[in-house]
Write a protein that binds this ligand. Structure first.
Ligand code: BDR
Ligand code: CA
Length: 309
């Protein structure tokens, strides 16, 4: 099977960590590099988490440190959501290995050039690094096969009434990426909110005593402020769903529409404005996921666990 070469640009982050394991384990994906960005936490912590995860699970991909938002003041996620270290209840040994000598933008550029025309970027954090790549290395725009993004919200935000966290964190960057002309798949709140994962879905996967299962359990069962029980209606595995969309695009329902990003609105900064009814008469630039076969999604997590020791 020909594997899809990818770079994962991320801000681990509990769900980024799971997504990383998913693409590492997937038979049809070749994870070539991990580039990190400030998002859920500051750039030092997301980078260290990524290095710790790759080393602990033997993921043979270099890890680079990334950027802060281009124009907006950086605001990390509230620590009650993913814990102080960003990985919920998981505590990994500090990696002994080194970061890539390149920063995230340089490492992305090198991988784009190496796999000219083939590379797919899986972006599960704010789009800062990707926007900088497309701005500094204009020639790379022609060489990226696709960008698969966890981010955006057509109908309901998860961070403000109209916005999703990754896009809100750096809307100027998102605008550059969405307007780049590169094929984009958007896995936003429209599909994550339709795909809640319940305790039952996870319990049956994670009771095998494997260390990878324990790690995923520690990521997913983090009770936030220490009081909150696992929600009965389930949790949303945002970045895991983006990884699944890359591994199995046919597991999702897609609509091809024109999307632009709001960067000026007082109440709507970071909104992904999707022209569902063609008012703007622009050609579609984004495939948006609106549905996912949950059994298949859970099946991909199951395969991830089986493939990793
Ligand atoms: C996204 O924001 C982050 O908190 C998660 O890691 C995910 O990428 C969900 O809105
Ligand atoms: Ca993320």
């Amino acid at each position: 099977m020909k594997k899809i070469p990818i770079v994962m640009d991320c801000d681990p982050g509990t769900d980024d960590a799971l997504a990383m394991l998913m693409v590492h384990a997937a038979k049809n994906i070749d994870l070539r590099a991990v580039t990190t960005v400030a998002g859920n936490l500051n750039r030092e912590v997301t980078a260290q988490n990524a290095l710790d995860i790759t080393e602990y699970f033997g993921i043979p991909a270099p890890v680079a440190k990334g950027s802060y938002p281009i124009m907006k003041k950086f605001e990390a996620l509230d620590i009650s959501v993913m814990g102080e270290g960003g990985l919920g209840n998981a505590a990994l040994p500090k990696a002994q290995g080194e970061f890539s000598p390149y920063n995230s933008v340089e490492l992305l550029h090198r991988e784009v050039q190496k796999a000219a025309g083939e590379i797919v970027i899986l972006a599960t954090g704010p789009l800062t690094n990707v926007a900088l790549l497309l701005s500094v290395y204009l020639e790379d725009r022609e060489l990226i096969r696709e960008i698969v993004i966890m981010g955006g919200a057509v109908y309901y935000g998860n961070h403000t009434p109209r916005t999703e966290f990754n896009i809100y964190t750096d809307a100027e960057a998102a605008k550059i990426v969405f307007q780049s002309g590169i094929p984009i798949k958007m896995i936003g709140t429209d599909v994550t909110y339709r795909t809640p994962v319940t305790r039952k879905d996870l319990d049956c996967l994670l009771s095998d005593g494997k260390r990878v299962s324990k790690f995923i359990g520690d990521l997913m069962f983090y009770p936030g402020d220490g009081e909150r029980p696992f929600p009965e209606e389930g949790i949303y595995i945002w970045d895991g769903l983006a990884a699944a969309a890359l591994i199995c695009p046919e597991c999702m329902e897609w609509k091809h529409v024109y999307v632009d990003v709001e960067t000026k609105g007082e109440l709507t900064y970071g909104e992904t404005v999707a022209d569902m009814d063609h008012y703007l008469k622009q050609p579609p630039n984004v495939h948006i996921a609106f549905g996912c076969d949950k059994e298949k999604f859970i099946g991909i997590i199951q395969k991830t666990i089986s493939a990793i020791d």
